[in-house]
Design a protein around this ligand. Sequence first.
Ligand SMILES: Nc1nc2c(ncn2[C@@H]2O[C@H](COP(=O)(O)OP(=O)(O)OP(=O)(O)O)[C@@H](O)[C@H]2O)c(=O)[nH]1
Ligand SMILES: [Mg+2]
Length: 202
Amino acid sequence: MAAGRSPPTFLLLGAAGGGKSLLLRRLRHIRGARGTGEGRAGEGAGLPFPELPAEEPAELGEPPATLPTVGTNLTDLRLPRRVTVRELGGCMGPIWPSYYSECSALLFVVDASNPTQVSSSCIQLLSVLSAAPLASVPVLVLFNKIDLPCYMSLVEMKSLFRMQDIVSCATQPITMLETSARDGTGLADVLQWLRTALKDPC
Ligand SMILES: Nc1nc2c(ncn2[C@@H]2O[C@H](COP(=O)(O)OP(=O)(O)OP(=O)(O)O)[C@@H](O)[C@H]2O)c(=O)[nH]1
Ligand SMILES: [Mg+2]
């Protein structure tokens, strides 16, 4: 990357309460090794924990408290290449499109423990996928909160979302993962996806 050029920006979207802020806090915590993961959103700098091995579920302890994101939450991660992840609060849905033009990759979080949010999340996802500026960005759909006893499995979520139809109609490459931002399940795979997306940002 040329000196002084801004790092690519990845957007983190999804309905309110799905777990975007906690996910970002956890990713920053994992990447806090060597002081390289620095938040910019006033939620504290990278913590001095060793980087967790990719194959191990993250031992992250109790989750830090998060507040609903009113506006945007910017976090820099080094993977080791620097990327800026911009979370847009679920309540900011009407202004999400203003940020699409700066987006190199997209993460979309769905609360897999909340059946009442499935249809609205599905509509939001379809709307995001049909946005022209996002036509060729890689997309990662995260079915989060799988630590909760009532969560819907990946098979169930794929079926409820009709993901097969969505994937076959979408112009973007779509990857799906199950995660728990609470206990760390799947976060190593999220980091791996981010690294791959960074190699070839749009
Ligand atoms: N059990 C469980 N709780 C989670 C998980 N991820 C987030 N939460 C909790 O869900 C609540 C909302 O999480 P946030 O990260 O603030 O949600 P958000 O998507 O950023 O919400 P907005 O900023 O309002 O769009 C918090 O109490 C989190 O601790 C998870 O994987 N499992
Ligand atoms: Mg948030």
